[in-house]
Design a protein around this ligand. Structure first.
Ligand SMILES: [Cu+2]
Length: 406
């Protein structure tokens, strides 16, 4: 069904226009023939076709085949377009991609805080996998993932630890993949070492020298192209003294998806490289898809909540805000060795960056996480923390009206 919708989309976009122009040309020929000689009619029809092609090729054809192998790139390597042979490969191997029922990483899927007081060797196993999943109801995306979810797994180590990463590129992948850890000091953040062909396994050992919350992402050229398919995650390097205790931790990452179909267009989507270069995503979401965080974030009045928030981009910075809350602490740009800011409403998170915030829940109700460039909530960038417990009228009192998302 999904494949059929894609095929019909391409046919309608590309062949539909050709057929329409051809039919118009035939009609034109029949009309002109009544008034002109054969030679004059043919000359007029050729002129008509020439004008049609002149307008159609730059507008219709690139949209129809959208997979732009033709894009120019001045980047250091690769192109944001994909080789046209990938289209054929994709259809030939369409059956081998795993259909993931829910691409969203559970925001509660975080390893517990580190209790040990000494350094150790931590072993991490990650698999790059290309899958098909829903980006929004009825809208399907070919995701490139770490461990089959977006974002990739939340990794947690302690400052000074030695980290051994074993990276597999699943045999069903069509592309090379790798990982650039922003927590690594060394060429490419390890990307050159971990570069793996489909079916290959690579290993990297690094020392986590700096505490902080770091983004990791695929850096296989073109890196933006891979990140715009969902390949990013966070690695927390806890400071030696640890972080102040909280009652609940949540893992949220913002990301963009560039589809040729406009917002809400059903079926399997073709990636729009030109929109990515232009920085015009159709979807801006938390944890991989529209609606990923609407039902799975719960807490109680009196609890202190920490959010590890990262921005996978690939183009946009995020103005992270929780509606109805004030951040008690913001470790700005996820620097855990600097003192946190206090009493912050909205914090700016750069593409390829992160933040750590905590806040205290004083009133029951729904608290909506947003990118406060608020038009982006219409593209999917929101989630809801549901808080239960006793109300305190001395802090907040009034008759609440029903309000979606609040
Ligand atoms: Cu990749």
């Amino acid at each position: 069904m999904v494949l059929l919708s894609l095929v019909s989309y391409v046919l309608v976009q590309t062949l539909g226009l050709v057929i329409a122009f051809a039919a118009a040309a035939v009609l034109l020929y029949m009309i002109l023939r009544r008034f002109h000689s054969r030679a004059a009619t043919i000359a007029l029809c050729v002129g008509f076709l020439g004008i049609s092609i002149f307008f159609y090729v730059p507008n219709g054809l690139p949209r129809g085949f959208e997979y732009p192998s033709f894009l120019t790139s001045y980047g250091p390597a690769g192109s944001p377009g994909l080789p046209f042979s990938n289209v054929i490969q994709f259809f030939l191997h369409f059956g081998q991609f795993e259909r993931v029922a829910d691409i969203a990483r559970d925001p509660n899927d975080i390893p517990p805080p580190i209790e040990r007081t000494s350094t150790t060797t931590v072993r991490i196993d990650i698999t790059a996998k290309e899958v098909i999943a829903e980006l929004a109801p009825g809208v399907y995306q070919n995701y490139w993932t770490f461990d089959g979810k977006v974002p990739g797994p939340f990794l947690r180590v302690r400052e000074g630890d030695t980290v051994v990463v074993t990276f597999h590129n699943d045999p069903t992948s069509l592309h090379h993949h790798t990982i650039d850890f922003h927590a690594v000091i060394g060429p490419g953040g390890g990307a050159a070492v971990l570069m793996a062909e489909p079916g290959e396994t690579k290993t990297l050992t690094f020392k986590a020298l700096h505490a902080g919350l770091f983004v990791y992402h695929c850096a296989e050229p073109d890196a933006a192209l891979h990140m715009a398919h969902g390949q990013y995650g966070l690695i927390l390097v806890e400071p030696k003294a640890g972080l102040p205790k909280v009652d609940k931790e949540l893992y949220v990452m913002q990301g963009e998806f560039y589809t040729t179909g406009t917002l809400g267009k059903q079926g399997l989507q073709i990636f729009d490289s030109q929109a990515m270069l232009d920085g015009r995503p159709q979807y801006i979401v938390f944890n991989g898809r529209v609606g990923a965080l609407t039902h799975n974030m719960h807490a109680n009045v009196g609890q202190k909540v920490r959010v590890f928030f990262g921005d996978g981009g690939v183009n946009l910075s995020s103005s992270f805000h929780v509606i109805g809350e004030i951040f008690d602490h913001v470790w700005q740009e996820a620097s855990l060795t600097s003192p946190p800011l206090t009493d912050v409403q909205t914090t700016l998170v750069p593409a390829g960056g992160a933040t750590v915030v905590d806040f205290t829940l004083l009133e029951p109700g729904n608290y909506t996480f947003v990118d406060h460039a608020l038009a982006r909530i219409d593209r999917g960038a929101w989630g809801t923390l549901q808080v239960v417990g006793p109300a305190d009228p001395s802090i907040f009192n009034g008759v609440a009206q029903p309000m979606a998302g609040h």
